[in-house]
Design a protein around this ligand. Structure first.
Ligand code: SAM
Length: 344
């Protein structure tokens, strides 16, 4: 049996081979991309056929342990995206989305365009029966945000399949663990965990690395399991996880002060909603919806309680005054006021 709530060391194909029954409600896999990345143990440069066969083997091992209503996400670079889509079809998985994660920190290049995106495949085991908690990820539509149109869906809008809200975890970021070369941002994993699983479900990562998938899962009140070929990464990831307390187990506030973890959730929700505080302040109707959607996120993050609109506003203001609120490009999405000149 694959143990839960820990990361174990080993080759995921071998370890999964001894698992008799499906156990995962959500699998997130971010394998080495075969582009010569520097890992401590794994050699990231294989011949095409070998890498292709290996990809099919681990994808098929993950499909076998995925529950009948489970979801299977795969992160992959442009070099092998077509192959992953093809193997997914061969294995009988249903493609729900081919998401592009656009990150704003691409490395510069000399003789080609800079790499600035990763492909995120979202497959399900069953074409119809699967978990998709839309209210856990809904944001604001342009109808609400820009045009203040009363006909806008009061539930908000499910984000597009191009994700621009999650910067890569760079060396200078506080979130960066430092001992792993390609740590994913936790807020990106949190979106996937919230939408494709429920509190108490099992989230599994066969290439755990720095442990980001498990970190998001634990924080949001899910069970988790993970594997990595590197003993050092496993040890460090388990140490990272030991520091994480599920959001639902943290006391909501003391003397009007919110715990840092809930403040982080408020901040990432604010960034995803992309409504600057001045516009929220000017429109009580939008703020009311902000409060409602923030509570949906809390609920899908395993938090039972709620906060008053006044309290939420106070916390946003405090974060803003301390320059901790994520900067939103003010009014970037408003219709252009300057007429575009035509060429002579
Ligand atoms: C792209 S990294 C994963 C990064 C991770 N998503 C994170 O946020 O930290 C890929 C990981 O796969 C591990 N790995 C390579 N081959 C493996 C195998 N056969 N079984 C398990 N892990 C493996 C590597 O050691 C590396 O840590």
């Amino acid at each position: 049996m694959i143990p839960l709530d820990t990361i174990i060391q080993g080759d995921c194909i071998k370890l999964l081979g001894s698992q008799l029954f499906p156990f995962a409600d959500l699998v997130f896999a971010d394998p080495p991309f075969n582009i010569g990345y520097q890992y401590d143990v794994y050699e990231d440069k294989k011949a095409y056929d070998e890498y292709y066969r290996w990809t099919r083997d681990w994808m098929s091992a993950c499909k076998r342990i995925l529950n009948p209503r489970g979801s299977f996400w795969i992160a992959i670079g442009a070099e092998y995206a077509a192959e992953v889509r093809f193997i997914g079809r061969e294995l009988g998985l249903t493609l729900r989305n081919w998401v592009i994660w656009y990150y704003t920190f691409g490395q510069s290049t000399k003789r080609k365009f800079a790499r600035s995106h990763t492909h995120l495949f979202y497959f399900t085991q069953d074409p119809v029966e699967f978990t998709f908690n839309d209210e856990a990820v809904r944001t604001f539509s342009d109808r609400e945000r820009v045009y203040h149109d009363k006909r806008a869906n009061p539930a908000g809008r499910i984000p597009d399949d191009v994700w621009t809200e999650f910067p890569r975890v760079c060396g200078t970021f506080g979130e960066r663990e430092g001992w792993h070369p390609c740590q994913m941002p936790e807020p990106l994993l949190a979106r996937i965990v919230r939408v494709c699983s429920n509190p108490g479900d099992v989230v599994f990562d066969p290439f755990s690395g720095s442990g980001t998938t498990a970190a998001a899962a634990k924080r949001l009140g899910r069970r988790y399991a993970g594997m990595d070929i590197s003993a050092d990464y496993v040890q460090n990831a388990n140490a990272r996880l030991a520091e994480i307390q599920p959001l639902g187990e943290i006391p909501p506030s003391e003397n009007g002060l919110w715990p840092e973890e809930i403040l982080d959730l408020l901040n990432t929700s604010y960034a995803e909603f992309a409504l600057p505080t001045d516009r929220l302040h000017a429109n009580p109707h939008l703020f009311e919806r902000f409060v409602k959607r923030f509570h949906s996120r809390l609920h899908h993050s395993g938090v039972a309680g709620s906060y008053s609109p006044e309290d939420i506003w106070r916390q946003l203001e405090t974060l803003r005054k301390k320059a901790r609120l994520t900067k939103i490009r003010a009014h970037a999405d408003e219709p252009a006021k300057i007429p575009i000149r035509t060429l002579p």
